[in-house]
Design a protein. Structure first.
Lengths: 184, 552
């Protein structure tokens, strides 16, 4: 009886030590689930989800504070991927956050730009180039189409233009007969 | 002769090849205007190096390859560049793309040509690849992948077997057939260049057995040109034997691993037309400026093959085939299985354009798709050993992860499954849709990764600037405080007014202290004196209480 107790106690101590050691040795830095959610979000940093950027929204989802349907730029694809990752039911996009629209890019009407730098300060990804009292321009490849540069512009010289479909980014659509397709 | 293996699935289709193959090869007339798209290959867009108004010579480079996975574009004839703008191109989307328009001057004047000819044997691999690259050679079997890039990728792996693909398995198309019959020597010499370049041990030229004439002519040409370790192999006619992986399976019995390339198992495939254009690059110093185009189908008056300059409008080829029949209803670029419909014939011929297939009204009638009845026919015919029905299921419901688990990207889009489907479901459309979506998602992911990096960098920069500002402010404040303290210290020692005030204060203090001392001359008082003092004190007390009462 006593021997059994002693053996069990020793075993418990050994496993406790192993667990304690591995908890320190193999500690995961940061919160991997936030990183995973963040990698799904489109990184427009537009704030339409009511959080100040994609990572805070990812944090909020991870903490269970926000539902997964508040990202209009990501739309259905992002919602499906988030639902898949988190093992929850996919939701319809919340219309309060906006509607899923085509990808756009900001274009500055360079003739009217007064060089106030306000849009440069607003751009979350440093995609606007220029200096005080100098004309500004958008680096189209880096622009995420977040619309954040529109409100600060005092002369309203920024337009959001839909991305042009070219032969290089054109996609085959689903056939019209998809109504007969099974639902998986 | 090696014993042939076989691949699973596939279809035996009606060839319809006679209508164009029975006609001799014709040369298409020089058009008045050439419209040359600058993106005619898979990979990156080349950089335009001519400007509007410039006179160009035949074979002159007009758009230069930017990197390895890119191909140069050359002027197909001499003339003047009249425009560099967007023009409709042969693409399933029907969209426009950047083209260089050249008004031909009719002289068809060549640039200087300095062919290497046999001297290529003295050159090293890098130089040979450079020549292939400069000539804008791409895979002419249909994929149009830059040939130099494909050959270069074989650097790391030893390629032992070279397979020259002359299968031409799709119905109606006969451009490779006629090329083999007309230019067998050029193909063999081109193959010899490839053999020298890759140092392969054996070479097979694979031709479907429905082209006995081509097989015969090429066998003769092999003997004539003393080709070593090279065999012409007749392979059974079954669609899609011309698929790279299927051809390798038939000839060697080996399977190319999923997601792998033939080079992984020591094999390289090249199309016969690609071999011929390599010959042109070395023996004639001519880049790819023309190709053979089959104009055929049941809605054309005179089917034929045309040696056509790149950039020639398709409508001119149709005219030279004596026009459409009355019941024409559609035009397809490529074959009936893998080709795509064109919106019009006012589009330029490109390096990828192997066939223009005209269709009649009855041929273009489509039947509405019905529900999948799970008969499994599609899986039986799939030459890539996939499960088309499952792929359809997951593609249509946008469950792309599962589709990829089932090796969606091993689908070669041959169209066998769609052809046999009794419910007429356009299966390949679903796979194309799914592939496109997955590629687009990958691109978006890449773009969002860059956006995240830039955003994080910006946040870090703002934080760093804020910290720097605060640090500066703190230092300034400290310095001010220090200065103040120092000034105060100096003032204590020097200011005369302050000293006078302090001296006065000290005097008052001393006076108060002395006033609080005991009154003098109060010793040895008489009784009378003492009484008077007491009375005075009494009065004082009374006064005090009186004033206090008055105050209250």
């Amino acid at each position: 009886m006593i021997t059994a107790l002693i053996i069990l106690a020793i075993l418990a101590a050994i496993f406790g030590l192993i667990l304690g050691y591995s908890a320190i040795r193999f500690k995961v830095e940061g919160d991997p689930i936030v990183d995973q959610i963040d990698s799904i979000l489109p990184q427009t940093q537009c704030g339409q989800c009511t959080y100040p950027g994609c990572r805070p929204y990812a944090q909020a989802i991870a903490d269970g504070e926000a539902p997964i349907n508040q990202c209009p730029p990501g739309g259905e694809t992002t919602i499906l991927q988030l639902a898949d990752l988190l093992g929850v039911e996919p939701l319809e996009l919340n219309p309060e956050n906006g509607e899923e629209s085509v990808a756009t890019v900001a274009v500055i009407d360079e003739a009217n730009c007064i060089g106030c730098t306000l849009c440069i300060q607003a751009c979350p990804v440093d995609a606007i180039f220029g200096a005080a009292k100098q004309m500004h321009t958008v680096i189209a490849d880096e622009c995420t189409g977040c619309d954040l540069c529109l409100p600060p512009c005092p002369v309203d010289c920024i337009d959001m233009v839909p991305l042009k479909t070219k032969t290089t980014n054109w996609k085959w659509s689903l056939p019209e007969s998809n109504k007969t397709a099974p639902k998986a | 002769m090696t014993t042939l293996s076989s691949f699973k699935g596939g279809l035996v289709l009606d060839g319809h090849k006679k209508m164009s193959a029975s006609q001799p090869l014709q040369t298409a007339q020089l058009p008045e205007k050439l419209i040359i798209p600058i993106q005619q290959h898979i990979g990156h867009q080349p950089e335009i190096i001519v400007s509007v108004g410039e006179h160009v010579l035949k074979g002159q480079c007009i758009a230069k390859a930017t990197d390895n996975i890119s191909a140069s574009i050359h002027a197909s004839s001499s003339g003047i560049v009249t425009a560099i703008d967007e023009h409709p191109v042969a693409h399933p989307s029907g969209l426009n793309a950047v083209c260089i328009s050249i008004d031909t001057d009719g002289k068809d004047e060549w640039r200087d040509r300095n062919p290497l000819k046999e001297n290529y044997k003295q050159k090293d691999c890098t130089e040979l690849l450079q020549i292939i690259r400069k000539a804008g050679v791409v895979g002419l079997g249909g994929a149009t992948f830059p040939t130099a890039a494909k050959l270069k990728s074989c650097d790391q792996q030893q390629v032992e077997t070279l397979i020259i693909n002359g299968a031409e398995c799709e119905p109606y198309i006969t451009c490779d057939d006629i090329l083999m019959r007309e230019r067998a020597d050029e193909i063999i010499l081109g193959v010899q260049i490839l053999q020298h370049l890759l140092k392969v041990k054996q070479t097979f030229i694979a031709i479907e057995d429905n082209k006995p004439e081509a097989i015969h002519i090429l066998t003769q040409a092999l003997k004539k040109n003393n080709s070593q370790n090279t065999d012409v192999i007749s392979i059974p006619t079954r669609y899609p034997t011309g698929g790279e992986k299927q051809l390798i399976k038939i000839i060697t019995g080996k399977e190319v691993p999923a997601k792998g390339r033939p080079a992984d198992i020591g094999i390289l495939c090249q199309n016969v037309a690609t071999a011929a254009s390599i010959y042109n690059a070395f023996y004639l110093d001519e880049p790819v400026i023309s190709r053979i185009v089959t104009v055929t189908g049941n809605a054309i008056n005179q089917a034929a093959n045309f040696e056509t300059l790149i950039g020639t409008p398709m409508s001119e080829l149709i005219d030279q085939s004596k026009g459409y029949t009355k019941d024409v209803a559609g035009l397809v670029m490529g074959g009936p299985m893998m080709g795509f419909s064109l919106q019009s014939d006012n589009l330029p011929v490109t390096k990828a354009c192997n066939c223009l297939l005209t269709k009649t009204v009855t041929e273009t009638q489509t039947v509405d798709a019905k529900a999948c009845i799970r008969c499994g026919e599609c899986a039986d015919v799939c030459p890539a050993n996939l499960l088309p029905q499952q792929l359809y299921w997951y593609s249509s419901s946008k469950n792309f992860d599962r589709a990829q688990d089932l090796h969606l990207f091993d689908c070669i889009e041959c169209g066998c499954c769609s052809t046999v489907c009794p419910s007429h479901i356009p299966l390949v459309r679903y796979y194309r849709f799914a592939k496109n979506e997955i590629w687009a998602q990958e691109k978006d992911r890449e773009k969002s990764d860059i956006a995240r990096q830039r955003h994080e960098f910006r946040e870090a920069r703002i934080a760093r600037e804020k910290a720097a500002r605060e640090e500066k402010l703190r230092q300034k404040k400290e310095m001010l405080a220090k200065k103040k303290a120092e000034e105060e210290g100096k003032a204590d020692q020097t200011d005369p007014k302050k000293a006078a005030i302090e001296a006065a204060l000290a005097r008052v203090k001393a006076k108060k202290e002395s006033a609080a001392e005991k009154p003098k001359n109060t010793d040895n008082l008489t009784e009378q004196q003492q009484q008077k003092i007491n009375e005075a004190d009494q009065r004082r007390e009374n006064n005090k209480t009186k004033t206090e009462d008055a105050k209250q």
